[in-house]
Write a protein of this length. Sequence first.
Length: 64
Amino acid sequence: MTTKLGARLASFWRTVRTVTGDDAYERYLEHWREHHADAGLPLSRKAFYRAEQQRRWNGFRRCC
């Protein structure tokens, strides 16, 4: 029973991390390994988050 509870909690935690974007860097590394491994080194965690912030918030934004 403890194993089932632990598995459920782990699954729940993975879901929360995915929904909130907390696992974005890990997903980026998986993608990079599968599709771009021959193109040099991946971005560092710090560079990845900086690029994501720029992608999300740069450019024209308006509420209406």
